[in-house]
Design a binder for this molecule. Structure first.
Ligand code: ATP
Length: 287
């Protein structure tokens, strides 16, 4: 085998809580992660030209060590002494800097693809241990599906699959710095902590409506006041039959949960009419 391709799914956070800020500056989180069927595609091809040669359809993305794909490939090549050249093409579909773990899922998929291409014989857990060295979200992106993430994001456990539904994704074209959002987060007795355990119970009961009634993301308290577009998108989704709508990660992406694809598509058209630029996409869950 000289070439292999792999789809790298995006993630949304259907629940995101920050429990406390640790003394070392890291935040202790409790998040429910869910993969959705919005993919980047990576194609890896063995090459006679030495080194890693990364290309992408997005001209503004770094193609050197600043790209997580490059770094993950380099890490495995060094560990396993792979010297022959490797061409990687990254076809980006997941919005960049959107709170959808785009870079992390690319890195996870690159490692999964290299494991097959070179027959490295690594298990998922082996890949997760290596991935966490490059980013806290990478182990989850190796695992995929529905999962609970705790600690500083490194403690992962699988939970039952989220009930079937359709997802409307809307990303306004504004830039949000994840680091800044966490820095600006104020935690006190008035902080609206989402009830993550209640959400897990709703998932276990396969009760989509109950789940949607309890979704929450504490980072909305920081990102929404700075970017009112997010609230406008949520409102548009809720007024157009969403069972629930929430910001993903530190934003600015917003998603809506629907029990019917036609309703999600109709809401997508309404979001397109909003008076600001917005990438919109309907999809469903990735198992
Ligand atoms: P998260 O949800 O984990 O916070 P994100 O979806 O908000 O991540 P990314 O799309 O991963 O953010 O991109 C954040 C930054 O990382 C970008 O500004 C980009 O320059 C850099 N980056 C490095 N590698 C990649 C990659 N493979 N795809 C996208 N961005 C990448």
């Amino acid at each position: 085998m000289d070439s292999i391709w792999i789809n790298a799914p995006a993630k949304i956070n259907i629940g995101l809580d920050v429990l406390r800020r640790r003394e070392d500056g890291y935040h202790e989180v409790k998040m429910i992660m869910q993969s959705v069927r919005l993919f980047d595609r990576l194609t890896l091809t063995k090459s006679d030209t030495p080194g890693i040669h990364l290309t992408s359809n997005l001209h503004f993305l770094p193609t050197d060590e600043n790209n997580l794909v490059y770094r993950s490939a380099k890490m495995l090549r060094e560990e396993f002494g792979i010297e022959e050249g490797l061409d990687i093409h990254l076809d980006k579909r997941i919005p960049v800097a959107a709170g959808m773990a785009g870079g992390s899922t690319d890195a996870a998929s690159c490692m999964l693809a290299m494991n097959d291409l070179y027959g490295l014989g690594l298990s998922k857990s082996d890949l997760m241990k290596r991935g966490v060295k490059l980013g806290a979200d990478i182990p989850y992106c190796v695992l995929k599906g529905t999962a609970l993430s705790e600690g500083i994001g490194e403690k992962l456990s699988t939970i039952p699959q989220m009930p079937d539904c359709y997802i409307l994704i809307a990303k306004p074209s504004i830039y949000v710095s994840t680091r800044q959002i966490y820095t600006d987060l104020v935690l006190d007795e008035n902080s609206p902590h989402p009830d993550i355990d209640r959400m897990i119970q709703a998932i276990k009961n396969k009760n989509l409506r109950d789940l949607c009634d309890h979704i929450g993301n504490i980072l909305e308290t920081v990102t929404i006041p700075a970017h009112p577009e997010i609230e406008k998108i949520k409102k548009c989704m809720m007024e157009n039959d969403a069972l629930g709508s929430l910001m993903s990660g530190s934003g600015p992406t917003v998603f809506g949960i629907y029990d019917d694809l036609d309703k999600a598509k109709a809401a997508k058209e309404k979001c397109r009419e909003l008076p600001f630029k917005c990438f919109v996409f309907t999809t469903d869950l990735y198992r």
